[in-house]
Design a protein around this ligand. Structure first.
Ligand SMILES: *[C@@H]1O[C@H](CO)[C@@H](O)[C@H](O)[C@H]1NC(C)=O
Ligand SMILES: *[C@@H]1O[C@H](CO)[C@@H](O)[C@H](O)[C@H]1NC(C)=O
Ligand SMILES: *[C@@H]1O[C@H](CO)[C@@H](O)[C@H](O)[C@H]1NC(C)=O
Ligand SMILES: *[C@@H]1O[C@H](CO)[C@@H](O)[C@H](O)[C@H]1NC(C)=O
Length: 314
């Protein structure tokens, strides 16, 4: 090659790199100076969806036939006015979502706090997808905004234990508790409450598909590999994700996600409380519950390194 051409091109090349570098830096500055929260939220949603899709594929969780499982249809609540489908995952703020669905479909302008906790779980006023014909189910799944919320599997487990086994809800604190005691106690110590360790042993002794919805793996409840959820919310970002859901489905501007909880005086299950309970388990039990909830960890990008996770998010 002609040396003169090289001498001519080299400075141009270097100048080009300089300009490019400046441009990149400027771009960075621009996004830093004007962060767009909706864009950030959308990009996190895309990350969650692509993680889910690749884990579904890798683990062969995609079904060939498109028939909806009746257990799953029973978890899905429908709000036709706003074309909204919500998958109920207990222990992930579901009572409040059911309150919202009730408010959305009623014209009475009810306040979330006016709706009793027990009422919202028993009421037939909000309809399940399972109550519609198969053709309608298909149409709704094709056209409605579908949403599910998840929570760190271990925090959800501890929350379920505290809520169901430490309070006096007859079915859980008597019937289920007695089953657990019968399985794991040699002598009849009926007055002592079921320990977290006994509770975990009880769960591990059963096939995952037969578990109670409060501790059944989330992916078995909502089948996110085959129902293409439009929004994947997380308990860890509940307020933000809920606001976006409400705006996406066109809820009234004045409607916000309520922050009511059932046992008002008690602390919500947080990282510190979760760690305290997990430390009561032996390493074999920890390994087994990691295996039980493995798909929830992978699909929803939760870390199994729970000591670090909960120490940081305590
Ligand atoms: C980027 O922003 C910083 C301060 O925010 C400023 O000091 C710097 O000069 C900016 N760089 C460019 C290339 O605009
Ligand atoms: C997975 O979670 C980690 C920790 O919360 C986060 O930093 C990372 O961006 C997430 N990855 C995806 C693909 O969502
Ligand atoms: C969506 O709704 C339209 C009209 O209501 C209907 O014709 C169409 O079949 C629906 N889409 C799916 C996937 O069912
Ligand atoms: C334990 O004893 C109580 C009475 O003290 C009794 O009601 C209960 O059925 C017993 N449970 C089992 C599992 O034997």
């Amino acid at each position: 090659m002609n040396q003169k051409v090289l001498v001519f091109l080299l400075p141009n090349f270097l100048f080009g790199i300089l300009l490019f570098g400046f441009f990149c830096k400027r771009q960075k500055n621009l996004t830093g100076a004007f962060p767009d929260p909706t864009e950030d939220w959308l990009s996190i949603q895309n990350d969650r969806k692509s993680t889910l899709a690749s884990v579904c594929q890798k683990n062969k969780l995609l079904k060939l036939r498109s028939k909806l499982d009746s257990h799953v249809a029973n978890q899905l609540f429908v709000e036709p006015k706003h074309k909204f489908i919500y998958c109920e995952v207990p222990k992930v703020g579901c009572s409040n979502w059911k309150r919202i669905i009730f408010i959305l479909q009623s014209d009475f302008g009810a306040e979330a706090s006016e709706i009793e906790h027990d009422h919202i779980h028993q009421t037939s006023l909000i309809k399940k997808l399972a109550s519609y014909s198969p053709a309608t189910q298909k149409e709704f799944l094709g056209n409605y905004t579908k949403v599910m919320f998840t929570r760190h599997p271990f925090e959800r487990l501890v929350s379920a234990y505290r809520d169901k086994l430490l309070h006096s809800e007859p079915y859980y604190s008597v019937t289920v508790a007695n089953q657990i005691k019968a399985m794991f106690r040699k002598t009849n110590k009926s007055s002592e409450k079921v320990s977290f360790q006994e509770f975990v042993s009880f769960i591990l002794a059963k096939p995952p598909n037969s578990l109670d919805i409060h501790w059944k793996p989330m992916f078995l409840l909502c089948d996110p590999c085959n129902i293409h959820y439009d929004i994947l919310g997380k308990y860890e970002t509940l307020g933000l994700d809920s606001e976006h859901v409400l705006r996406v489905i066109g809820a009234p501007e004045s409607l916000h996600y309520p922050s009511l909880k059932r046992y008002g005086s008690e602390k919500r299950t947080n990282g510190d409380i979760t760690l305290e309970y997990l430390r009561q388990l032996n390493s074999e039990q920890i390994e087994k519950i990691k295996r039980l909830y493995q798909m929830d960890f992978l699909l929803f990008n939760y870390t199994m390194n729970y000591e670090d996770y909960f120490s940081l998010n305590g």
